[in-house]
Design a protein around this ligand. Structure first.
Ligand code: TXA
Ligand code: MG
Length: 319
């Protein structure tokens, strides 16, 4: 069932969520697969529908910063970041408050909780109508490309969830930046919709999580966002059997091209990334191509998040 957007439909989606059902909804980043974060059975259903490893904790979504900070112990730095970037694509990892009502399962048993306030008014109205935080991972089968339209959600999870609240295509197009503020110094766990440079301009230098040792953000598994065809990175020339994910002017000779941004605009490229990967993967398979090649993307601003997702899509974990 697809719910079109009206106050009545938001109310209907909220009722389903209050009853412990799964409802996907659009955010500015990607579609989230929402459940009442305080209901362990509903949260368990998220892991089940996605086929998600149960050690991978979920982000809790709130209608306001005030509501989010009731469930965690927020430092002055967290409050400054929230004032500046919320509502928006920044997730903060903070120590759980003593009386935090969020299910242990949602946080995978960790002493910390990842919280964010999504930008779209519809998403915040939905959360406010439910009256509880919503745990919501990206609404895709685990390991597959994240959804940026309601149709993507139905393609991946149709039949496994109660409803999708169709809020239109996601404007940012890739997931939130995840920043760990629970340790002695802030640490970037996942590059995303807020460029790390913008965060550093506000709070100073931010550390980077390393891939060696136990991953601090368990969701940063290397194989992720996987298309079906193999993906080659930093391609400056194109082989005849390859379909091209272009950025800026495409080289001549490519027979099947999806251009993330002909103008070389990183925000446009981010918003088209997952759509482009899906389209190219599907059309390339239809056309008998045997691989995908992605042109180089600069590493600054939103480029860092785009490169991160492409590296995961290519399974090699480095870029
Ligand atoms: O933009 C987004 O963040 C989207 C939309 C729906 O809000 N959600 C999303 O959720 O991308 P998900 O579950 O696909 O990714 C959440 C990331 C994972 O890498 C997870 O390991 C990490 O956040 N995470 C969640 N809770 C954490 C915690 N307590 N400590 C460290 N990492 C955490
Ligand atoms: Mg995800």
């Amino acid at each position: 069932m697809t719910l079109r957007l009206s106050a009545q439909q938001i109310a209907e989606a909220a009722r389903l969520l209050q009853a412990g059902q799964l409802v996907a909804f659009g955010t500015e980043t990607v579609y989230g697969l929402g459940a009442d974060a305080t209901n362990s059975r509903a949260v368990a259903a998220i892991y089940q529908a996605k086929g998600r490893p149960s050690f991978n904790p979920l982000i809790c979504h709130y209608a306001t910063a005030e509501a989010a900070f009731a469930d965690v112990r927020a430092s002055g730095m967290a409050r400054a970041l929230a004032t500046h970037f919320w509502p928006g694509p920044l997730t903060l990892v903070l120590p759980r408050a003593v009386d935090c009502p969020v299910s242990e399962l949602a946080a995978a048993g960790l002493a910390t909780l990842a919280v964010r306030v999504p930008a779209p008014a519809a998403a915040r109205s939905l959360i406010a109508a439910v009256g509880r935080p919503l745990a919501a991972p990206s609404a895709n089968p685990s390991g597959k490309i994240s959804p940026t339209t309601a149709q993507h959600v139905i393609d991946g999870l149709g039949g496994k969830i109660a409803a999708v609240l169709d809020t239109g295509p996601c404007l940012v197009g890739l997931e939130s930046t995840v920043l760990d503020l629970s340790g002695a110094a802030p640490c970037l766990l996942r590059p995303g919709g807020v460029p790390v440079e913008a965060i550093e301009a506000l709070i100073g230098p931010v550390g980077r999580a390393h891939d060696h040792g136990a991953p601090k953000s368990p969701g940063q598994l290397l194989s992720h966002y996987a298309p079906n065809l193999p993906l080659r990175l930093d391609a400056v020339a194109i082989a005849p059997h390859e379909a091209l994910l272009a950025f800026g002017p495409a080289p001549t000779g490519a027979r099947l091209v999806f251009n993330l941004s002909e103008a070389g605009d990183l925000a446009e490229a981010a918003s088209r990334l997952f759509e482009g990967l899906r389209w190219l993967d599907r059309e390339a398979a239809r056309g008998g191509f045997t691989g995908l090649a992605a042109m180089p993307i600069p590493g600054h601003g939103l480029g860092a998040a785009i490169r991160d997702r492409l590296a995961r899509a290519a399974h090699d974990g480095k870029f």
